[in-house]
Design a protein around this ligand. Structure first.
Ligand SMILES: C[S@@+](CC[C@H](N)C(=O)[O-])C[C@H]1O[C@@H](n2cnc3c(N)ncnc32)[C@H](O)[C@@H]1O
Length: 230
């Protein structure tokens, strides 16, 4: 069965996307604060260029850029409506002047020598049939040696007890956060079709793509985040 693409989901009106993502994703706020703290620790206090793989909606560019005028951003996303949403939201803030978002795949991006990268809730839409590895390699080759990648993805093997338990709790968590029960149910069904892999597989693919010191830095139910270094 082909993996579910982001745009194959029944998406909310895109203007509501940021609010719904906040309700759906366990620890959504914490993820951005942790990524920002990691980059504050790791990047010099000089201008730094950050690659955002899967920039749709512009959320991490807004959150990371707001208090960090030294950081500029190049985002890529394959889904034009999300790129438009990102441009619109960013254009309404001072972060917009330090940001570009391109509707393209990352392997087509000419820019390189980035000081850091983010890939938040995106790689789990890329099938593990060689495409996920190629996607990680495309990020790796665009980073300076040693530069950090902050990556956050759904994890787990569908059908395994602990994965299914975490996903059931996740469904309740989103209802508890105000998501309608039928929307939470369809999101849970969709997630079964997304190209999520086990934590071990994701770590192995990152290593194969050339990343080292793969360091877990976030866990919220079936969502996991790592820092990895080019
Ligand atoms: C769940 S959204 C996350 C967006 C953003 N990182 C955030 O956390 O708000 C996933 C995004 O990944 C994009 N996407 C999916 N596959 C992609 C790929 N191969 N390259 C770039 N973007 C991709 C989708 O279009 C979508 O906008």
């Amino acid at each position: 069965m082909a993996a579910l693409k982001f745009e194959d989901q029944k998406l909310p009106a895109l203007d509501d996307y940021a609010r719904l993502a906040e309700q759906f994703i366990p620890g959504r706020q914490a993820i951005f604060v942790i990524v920002e703290s990691a980059f504050l620790e790791l990047l010099p206090q000089t201008p730094s260029r950050i690659l955002v793989a899967g920039a749709g909606g512009g959320e991490e560019i807004l959150r990371l850029g707001f208090n960090n005028p030294n950081w500029s951003f190049v985002g890529v996303d394959t889904y034009e409506p999300m790129v438009e949403l990102a441009r619109k939201r960013l254009g309404e803030t001072p972060v917009g002047a330090r940001s570009q978002v391109h509707a393209t795949t990352i392997d087509k991006l000419d820019d390189k020598d980035f000081d850091a990268a983010t890939c938040i809730l995106t790689a789990h839409f890329v099938p593990d049939d060689g495409a996920k590895l190629a996607f990680f390699k495309a990020i790796h080759t665009r980073l300076k040696p040693g530069a950090p990648l902050a990556i956050v993805d759904g994890v787990g093997v569908a059908g395994e007890d602990r994965t299914e338990l975490l996903r059931r709790i996740w469904k309740r968590h989103s209802i508890r956060n105000g998501v309608a029960a039928e929307v939470a149910e369809s999101n849970a069904e969709n997630f079964k079709k997304v190209a999520v892999v086990s934590e071990q597989r994701e770590e192995a693919l990152l290593a194969e793509a050339g990343f080292s010191r793969v360091t877990p830095f976030f866990r919220g139910l079936a969502i996991k985040g790592w820092l990895a270094f080019a």
